[in-house]
Design a protein around this ligand. Sequence first.
Ligand code: KG4
Ligand code: ZN
Length: 382
Amino acid sequence: MKILAIETSCDETSVAVVEDGYKLLSLVVNSQIDIHKAFGGVVPEIAARSHIEVMLPVVTQALEEAFAETNKRHMTKDNSQTSNVRDLWSQIDAIAVTQGPGLLGSLLIGVLTARTLAWVMNKPLYPVHHILGHVYANWLTRGEWVVNSGEGKPTTTHQSLPTKAPEFPVLALIVSGGHTQLMLGTDHENWQVIGRTSDDAVGEAFDKAAKVLGLPYPGGISLSKLAQNGDSSAYPLPTPKVAEKYGFSFSGLKTALLRAVQKECGKTHDFPSFELAALLNDVQKANFAASFESTAIKYLVSKTKLAFEEFKPKTFILGGGVAASLPLRKALSDALPIEIEYAPQILCTDNAAMIGARAYYQMQSEDPIDPRTLEVKPSWPL
Ligand code: KG4
Ligand code: ZN
């Protein structure tokens, strides 16, 4: 069962072909980081326009790469291709697309593309929840693949995937720019959120903390890089407190960092926060980054450990953009009494392969949706 999957919930235009829910035949991720860098964050209108520009080339590239071997057989002596797009499409069994949550304009481009292709190519269409996609990135297993930047050049070569699929019950910690939640899955159809953030997502907090420290977009990654050279005990920050046993809160931690920076600079809260970074030297910045990162990680790990002890899952999985954080992975591996296989970093940030993996399991129990009626769901609680 080969699924062509499309993901455009934020600022990545991604298309993948996934076979039987685990085998990655191709993955193209066209990032808009360079476009949004100048603005210090994602500009929704610009993101949507960029999705429109690259959507069809990215679809074509993912198809061509998935069936490169078949393609070769169609090459003529002068290397011009005789296989056409319809030959490639004949090998696809279904289409999957991120329906939400995400940016309205961005989602619309992916969903409209999927609807049109499903209609014209006469393929069943499956809408996928973005967060379940992040969970199912961990079902992409057994093998290696080459990821492509969307410009015809591989950006990363031959990363290896986890060796085996997660076993239920599964405890999942999903940490992204828009979500922070602990989830428990008893089978593919039953996923329950056991705790979520009541305010900022952890990725959002990383991004905002990075802004206070004057670090370039994308902030979470910049902060994490800088933290490697810092002393995490330099500025003790308070661990957030929430009433819910498995709930999270990150806005207080972000404010605590801001207050600590103000104090270090000898400024009060009426001083413009965007001017604070210029008053810090490199060592202070690295120490703030390390202190923030370690507090956030300790907090995530302590709640996860608590949930692990109560629910005793067979597998623990980590998903979402912040799952790319190596210190977070190490802290979880040290804290949980179980062997954890992490997905490669490229499959933790937004990508279409995870959408194709999740769609395969939906296909086992759900009917496809009418391509004429599928609508986007910018906010869609699980
Ligand atoms: O899942 P994702 O790609 O997009 C959303 O669905 O939100 O997550 C993006 C988030 C951003 O907030 C980014 O700063 C954060 O993941 N992130 C990181 C790291 N890499 C990405 N945060 C901390 N450390 C990292 N290494
Ligand atoms: Zn995401």
